[in-house]
Design a protein around this ligand. Sequence first.
Ligand code: MN
Length: 427
Amino acid sequence: MKIEAPHISAHNELLLDNHREAFAYLQRQLAQKGLDADKIIEQVSELQTAIPSWALGAGGTRFGRFSGIGEPGSLEQKIEDVGLLHALTRSAGAISLHIPWDIPGDAAAIRAQAAELGLAFDAVNSNTFQDQKGQAHSYKYGSLCHVDDAVRAQAVQHNIEVIETGKALGSKSITVWLADGAAFPGQHNLRHALERTLDSLKKIYAHLPADWKMYIEYKPYEPNFYSTVIQDWGTSYLLATECGPRAFTLVDLGHHLPNTNIEQIVATLMMRGRLGGFHFNDSKYGDDDLTVGSIKPYQLFLIFNELVYGMANNTAGNPPLAWMIDASHNVKDPLEDLLQSLEAIRLAYAQALMIDTDALEEARQANDVTRAQEVLQDAFRTDARPLLREARYRSGAALGPLALYRSLDVRSQLARERGKATIATGL
Ligand SMILES: [Mn+2]
């Protein structure tokens, strides 16, 4: 299924009068603070978030999986789904593949299909947290950190193959997330496990094409509940700096202990030019994979505040960031969920761009703590949604993506085309 321009314009026609009124009001409010709505719209429009191939089907838990209907049963259908999201929002212009769940049979054809929908290939993701059929060695006791040379060599080789797959698609980066860790105290010599991991990462890095980046993701716990080899941003940063200038830390919002100050991590990494990218999601307890902005929208806004500052004051040469959603759950229609996440990401960005930074800095210099908080919260509490709608309208997308998705009854049509019982590859 495809969403065509006439669908969008017929939908926009119905909402346009109300939108224009709301946008004009916001534009005046912003102008009073010396902010240019057009400039914010331009910046917001440039923010493109990659959709991971594993978020397009229902995500399971360790207790069960409840499939939806019309799930994408092939890589082509996953790309078709991302194409729908991008047509509705013009904010999901990339797809991030998981290898081996999504190995393209014909890379050139897949690339052409994506290009036709306006999609690029973002980072490719390796998987050494599961054993694959026919694999010589098991990852039960780790992969890049394993005590056995042969297991480590196999895991390194897999990452190299993932890079090769990415090259054929036009990807420019690989994300390494490891489940490696110890389930119980005593299982690992903690220092040696980290040393072996660094050694393996260096071997992968040695195969990185000159125009590629390697993102090293961290996570404090799960699946191992005693220790994780790359447990935090500091460990990731250490590994990245040891590997070389094209290795970076990747921040996944769900991969922190409760109440961690993630915006501070962002500020520190950008100070060193080592923030590679983001995996967006939201959580209440742990790595919950909830819809972006559904639990802690203020935290997301504060994170974007640091990102905006870091991008505007890029003294350490931090590269452009890779934005990706990393979420998947059991109950919502995945496409509806992703539409909500895409909206939440741009909303937090727009809110951060609406901060009166001069007033904020003035308050800081005067140690006026109350005023500093007021300035931040004024931006957070201003309804930025008209900016997002205007950004979509100007780029040919829908004023109300979710409303249009529902009125076109996209899911039923996908179910008719694909059959009700298709299951997306993944966990
Ligand atoms: Mn992630």
